[in-house]
Design a protein around this ligand. Structure first.
Ligand SMILES: C[S@@+](CC[C@H](N)C(=O)[O-])C[C@H]1O[C@@H](n2cnc3c(N)ncnc32)[C@H](O)[C@@H]1O
Length: 285
């Protein structure tokens, strides 16, 4: 699949997910683990967070972490959620940054945007705006955002370098990148990797932790860390993989400890260029 095909497949998948939620059929497992629910989206938020949200925002949760629980957010800040889906993390962030702050959600899927805007209406929050667009081309000015969050979306992009460059561009100097994503660790044979990532739903493939760090560095970020939040076991994938004819027991040793949800943090440095530019003879007297 090339990047355009990936994008279309992603749009179709999440359009259908949004339609299921809108027709009040649960699409995920945020509240309770049940048959058909998956180990990735299950039980990410505590009830203190979800009780104050519209039910359809909670039902639409398709993330793999809880970036708002781990990100540092302060009153008055501007937050951007890349791939905001039904809006759960945008609504939670809006509360944290308060009436003088702003939370943007960016998503390319019309059905998800409609659901998110309906959830905003139900939640009655004003300091929120959902934007239509792609995370590879963020429709916000340079240096306009304090914190970028995202929940299980960057793995869906066929051009992760571009996403990270765009994230860097829109962050203010000193701005924080605070993202939940699926990450792999260590060497995994390509077929095993493909089977496991299919189970997790990473259509475009997840990054290995060291690749993620290299790409963050190439985009200009500093102080990056990758903190595992949920490590997947072969047992969790057994039913899915068996259904595909995979010998799960033979696979187990190659999978353990290598597929995880993680919280990825990085900082856009305060520009050193400004300091250098100010140290010529004309301005440093
Ligand atoms: C796995 S869901 C996560 C939604 C939300 N972050 C959450 O935690 O519930 C992925 C979302 O990202 C959006 N998405 C995927 N790739 C995208 C892209 N390249 N640009 C914009 N949105 C994208 C999809 O439309 C979908 O709403």
């Amino acid at each position: 699949m090339d990047a355009t095909d990936v994008k279309e497949a992603v749009r179709e998948k999440y359009g259908a997910a949004a339609r299921r939620v809108s027709s009040t059929e649960s699409s995920c497992c945020s509240a309770a683990k049940a048959s058909g629910c998956d180990a990735i989206t299950w039980n990410l938020y505590d009830s203190a967070q979800t009780n104050a949200l519209p039910e359809t925002a909670v039902l639409a949760s398709l993330g793999c972490g809880n970036p708002t629980a781990l990100a540092q957010l302060s009153a008055g800040e501007t937050v951007l959620d890349l791939g905001s889906g039904g809006g759960i993390d945008v609504l939670l962030s809006a509360r944290r940054v308060g009436p003088n702050g702003k939370a943007y959600g960016l998503d390319m899927t019309d059905e998800m945007l409609a659901l998110a805007r309906e959830n905003q209406r139900k939640a009655g929050v004003d300091n929120v705006e959902f934007l239509k667009g792609e995370i590879e081309n963020i429709a916000l000015p340079d240096s306009s955002v304090d914190v970028i969050i995202s929940n299980c979306v960057i793995n869906l992009s066929g051009d992760k370098d571009r996403v990270l460059h765009e994230a860097f561009r829109v962050l203010k100097p000193g701005g924080r990148f605070a993202v939940s994503d699926v990450v792999t660790r260590g060497a995994v044979p390509p077929q095993v990797r493909q089977d496991m990532l299919l189970w997790v739903g990473c259509i475009a493939g997840a990054l290995r932790d060291d690749e993620y760090q290299s790409k963050l560095q190439a985009a200009g970020f500093k102080e990056f860390t990758i903190q595992p939040t949920r490590i997947y076991t072969i047992e969790e994938a057994r039913e899915f993989l068996s259904g595909k004819g995979v010998d799960v027991d033979a696979l187990a040793p190659q999978v353990e400890g290598k597929f995880m949800s993680a919280f990825v943090r990085a900082v856009k440095p305060n520009s050193s260029k400004t300091v250098e530019a100010c140290c010529g003879p004309a301005c440093c007297s």
